[in-house]
Design a protein around this ligand. Structure first.
Ligand SMILES: Cc1cc2nc3c(=O)[nH]c(=O)nc-3n(C[C@H](O)[C@H](O)[C@H](O)COP(=O)(O)OP(=O)(O)OC[C@H]3O[C@@H](n4cnc5c(N)ncnc54)[C@H](O)[C@@H]3O)c2cc1C
Ligand code: SF4
Length: 536
């Protein structure tokens, strides 16, 4: 039986007691709503969990979810919706949850967001929907805002545990084919939205497993893979075809998917999986890894189960992690779980500037990770046999804000020290892999290698080719990737519907094709005429 920070039964009993009291009062006044305490989900004891892969935070109990939703004051002009990148009708799903109608509440979320079990767990809510929540503002603490993400997660888990999730309605076959490249959140959303319109959808994934960063990057202790599997299974049941170990650009060129394989549209959601290194001396020593590679070995290649796989994993006693984002937090917590006795994060700005989710930073610190702010490694030192022995650490002060709005770290001259370590995990950012863009003539990319798209439609410089997610935004977030996917899928569906109507109108009356059907020869001809050309 795992130990919790606070006994889940007690949390539940307290919530039920309060709920009964409030129900007796009838309709609540605003003051009474503001007085309801924030509902804290059951969390595993940090001493134990820091060596396990088990998910750290459990869902709210039903009574807690109802209570938490009752804290919402149902604003007429809700700031939470404005803060949500996909504009979920948050007050409405909270209202339904407060009434105990969980089935209706989750349907409200699913109208807009396909992956609530994932977003509820990993979205940086404190910087999105919860940031300007009226309750948090009234109580003068963003930490006291309505815990929208926790209620979202509760509802999604509740639905998953009820029975097999209902399959979304798929329209009759349209005769159109859509290729989706990459199975991260952007690709999954496009696959679902295009399949719903009756198009034949094939999703191509370079790895042997599906899910993108949700699979290979974010660890089990934060996002159990059964949650990702359930979402993918739903797409499979909708009829999406998956082809893994398929690297578009190598296994097959992108334009060949259209010209030779008959796809009518392609969506690129290939992410930003190429790690960035610092270029400091000693980065080539044995014991230096990109955090992405480290996490991929652990999460996707099974190194978290020693003995069950033959994936080699570097074992270290003292690991230094460089960076302050989600990747750094996942890497440091994973290093500890894989046996490091001491893990130190070096971040060259202050805590307020850290891009990681606030909760992950708190959890890391609770688990005994040391974060040294205003410090960074400027060299990795070897032991004479090619292995890491230490890093040279530079101290910083905060200067004026830079282009990102965060205060710039300024090195304090001469203020350095040596920090002994036997492993260094570099988590300072990711770029997009140039394989696909370099093998697709006419596909416009910017100076950072991200694909340039039309901001209204998600269309690239090539006709019929759309893109979204990290490959467009640079390393961003799950919800932003999903939002981009949604937009591109809408454009693809509109384009294909328009063409179907045009073809039906063009067809000779006696052989008029049904509007949902495709005249393949004609469309192929059109596509050949456009392939490789830059769009207008
Ligand atoms: C360790 C880590 C932790 C993170 N934590 C959070 C978090 O807590 N909250 C949050 O919101 N965001 C987080 N992020 C960021 C978030 O996961 C990404 O922004 C999001 O996954 C991007 O989605 P995507 O669909 O664009 O790409 P990805 O998820 O990167 O998926 C792209 C997929 O495309 C495949 N692919 C690439 N090239 C090809 C090709 N040529 N052919 C076929 N397939 C290809 C890749 O193998 C990959 O599976 C984290 C990122 C990392 C790395
Ligand atoms: S801003 Fe906060 S209080 Fe207002 S509707 Fe949204 S969740 Fe409710």
């Amino acid at each position: 039986m795992p130990r919790y920070v606070e006994d889940p039964n007690k949390l539940n009993a307290r919530a039920r007691g309060l709920l009964e009291e409030l129900r007796e009062k009838g309709t609540l006044k605003m003051k009474e709503r503001l007085a309801i305490p924030v509902q804290k989900p059951p969390v595993l004891d940090p001493g134990e969990r820091s060596r396990w892969q088990e998910e750290v935070e459990k869902p709210l109990t039903p009574a807690q979810a109802v209570l938490e939703s009752m804290r919402c004051i149902q604003c007429k002009n809700p700031a939470c919706v404005k803060g949500c990148p996909v504009a979920i009708d948050i007050p409405e799903f909270l209202r339904l949850t407060a009434e105990g109608d969980f089935a209706a509440a989750i349907e409200v979320i699913k109208r807009t967001s396909l992956l609530p079990a994932i977003c509820g767990r990993v979205c940086p809510q404190e910087r999105q929907c919860q940031m300007d929540c009226a309750v948090g503002k009234s109580l003068k603490d963003v930490g006291l805002a309505v815990a929208i993400g926790k209620v979202e997660r509760f509802l999604a888990d509740w639905q998953r545990n009820q029975a097999q999730a209902p399959i979304p309605r798929v329209k009759p076959p349209s005769g159109r084919k859509v290729a989706v490249i990459g199975s991260g959140p952007a690709g999954l959303v496009v696959a679902a939205d295009c399949r719903r319109e009756g198009h034949q959808v094939t999703l191509f994934e370079a790895f042997h497993k599906l899910g993108g960063v949700l699979r290979y990057g974010i660890p089990e202790f934060r996002l159990p893979k059964e949650v990702v599997d359930a979402e993918i299974d739903l797409l499979r049941r909708m009829g999406v075809e998956f082809r893994t170990n398929f690297v578009v650009g190598r296994t097959r060129k992108l334009l060949d998917l259209m010209d030779k394989d008959g796809y009518d549209a392609v969506f690129i959601g290939s992410g930003a999986g190429l790690p960035v290194f610092t270029g400091m001396p000693g980065e080539d020593l044995v014991g230096v890894f990109s955090a992405n590679e480290y996490l991929t070995r652990a999460n996707m290649m099974g190194a978290i189960h020693p003995g069950r796989t033959d994936t080699p994993m570097f074992s270290s006693r003292r690991t230094v992690v460089l960076g302050g984002g989600n990747v750094a937090m996942d890497a440091c917590r994973m290093a500890q779980r894989l046996g490091a006795e001491e893990v130190i994060v070096l971040y060259r700005r202050g805590r307020d500037e850290m891009p990681a989710r606030a909760e992950e930073v708190e959890h890391a610190i609770e688990e005994g990770i040391e974060i040294r702010f205003l410090e960074n490694a400027v060299a990795v030192l070897g032991d004479g046999s090619g292995r890491v022995r230490a890093v040279t650490v530079q101290r910083y002060a905060l200067g004026e804000p830079d282009a990102s709005g965060r205060r710039r770290p300024v090195p304090i001259e001469g203020d350095t020290y040596e920090l002994p370590a036997d492993a260094v995990l570099v988590a300072i950012g990711n770029n997009s892999n140039p394989l696909l863009t370099s093998t697709t003539p006419g596909l416009e990319v910017n100076a950072r290698g991200n694909i340039v798209v039309d901001s209204e439609t998600g269309r690239t410089s090539l006709e019929r080719v759309y893109a979204g997610g990290d490959i467009v935004l640079g390393a961003a977030t799950v919800i932003l990737a999903m939002g981009e996917g949604r937009r591109a899928a809408r454009s693809i569906n509109e384009m294909l519907a328009r063409e179907a109507i045009e073809e039906a109108a063009d067809a000779p009356r006696s052989h008029a094709a049904p509007t949902t059907h495709w005249a393949p020869g004609r469309l192929r001809w059109r596509r050949r005429a456009h392939a490789g050309r830059r769009g207008s």
